[in-house]
Structures are given as C-alpha cells and as structure tokens.
Unconditional design. Structure first.
Length: 203
C-alpha cells in the first residue's frame, strides 16, 4: 500500500452550507476569522473561476494540534451561520467515504498540476457507479502562533462506496499526493493517510 494511517479521530463529522454566490476572497475572510476559534478544513465545490455557492466543512486530524469533537464542530457551524447567514443543508445520513484530493504534486505552488478527469478515470476503471467526483477548491485555515495560516489548492471531492477506497488511493498516487483525509461515514471515523516515508504537510 502506498499510504499509511498517521492520525485519526472518532466520528465522521461533515456539514454543508449554502452560500449566496460569494467570491473566494469573501469566503477566505470569513473562514480565516472562524479559524481563531476552530481549525477550518473545507471543500468549495466548483471551478476556480466560479463564485462559491457551497462550503463543505470537515475535520482534518492533526497529531500536533489534535482534532475537535463533533459538539465543538457543531458550535463552530452555529457561529458561522450567525455571522454570515449562510444556510446549513438539512442533515443527511450518508455512508461510504468522503475524500478531498489535491491535483498539485506536493505543496509547491509551481509544482505540476493534474486534471480532475485523471482521478475520475481511476474510479471509472474500478466501477461505473457508486461514486461522484466534483472539482473543488480544497482550503484550510488554522491558528498557529497567533497567526492564521491559509492554504488553498484546486482538487476534487470524491464521495464513494467503501469498496472503491483502493481506486481513490490510485487517484491520489497518480496525482502524487503527500497526504489526504478520509471521512469514513460508514465506520464513523476520520483518518489521515500519508505516503510512506513522507513527512510533508501543508503550511
């Protein structure tokens, strides 16, 4: 296996919020403000040129900073909704796995970038059904030494049946991803997979 589990947390928390066609910069400012009280990890579905219409929040387990529990995450969403008026989607019971994969090799902005179709092709080779793959901006904002660190990368969001986990990993390998987070909705847990022998992490 190309990846090993390096961090995990109980539960499979994720929330989707509808946004009234905001720019990425507007969303960035809002999420950076939230990061003073909650470590933000999110997907912004859509192409880079599109306004943001949806924000999908999830948890990114950290060996250094820990992982907030579900109640803390729900409280963060309530603060976010109160501050912005963004509308939370009705809670749905989902299964399978939810994964965001970047398309750039490593964390260097000048590194080679791959296409969303490259990931979709790995899934299609494994199965004609049981998955979706959407282009998205993968973003995070975390408070480190009293400064919010923002990270943004074009990628894809994959929601798939558990049986397609190997195909998702093949997509990560093909795009030379250092690490990715799996929100395992079926097993109700969240974990980080990282390439063997790779100590890299986003800024």
């Amino acid at each position: 296996m190309a990846y090993i589990e390096v961090a995990s947390a109980d539960g499979a928390w994720t929330r989707s919020l509808r946004v009234p066609a905001a720019s990425v910069e507007q969303v960035r400012r809002v999420l950076c403000e939230l990061a003073y009280t909650w470590p933000v990890a999110a997907f912004l579905p859509g192409d880079a040129a599109d306004p943001v219409a949806e924000v999908v929040l999830y948890r990114d387990p950290s060996r250094t900073y820990g992982t907030p529990d579900s109640s803390a995450c729900d409280a963060a969403v309530r603060r976010l909704v109160a501050a912005t008026g963004w509308a939370p989607e009705s809670h749905q019971t989902l299964d399978g796995v939810l994964v965001g994969l970047g398309l750039r090799e490593g964390y260097d902005a000048a590194a080679k970038a791959h296409s969303p179709q490259q990931v979709a092709d790995r899934l299609l080779a494994a199965s004609a059904s049981g998955w979706s793959c959407r282009t998205a901006r993968l973003v995070s904002a975390r408070l480190v030494d009293q400064t919010v660190r923002w990270y943004e990368e074009t990628g894809v969001v994959v929601h798939a049946e558990v049986r397609l986990s190997a195909a998702i990993e093949a997509g990560a390998v093909s795009c030379a991803q250092d690490r990715y987070v799996v929100t395992h909705l079926t097993e109700r847990r969240t974990y980080v997979l990282q390439q063997r022998g790779d100590g890299g992490s986003p800024p």
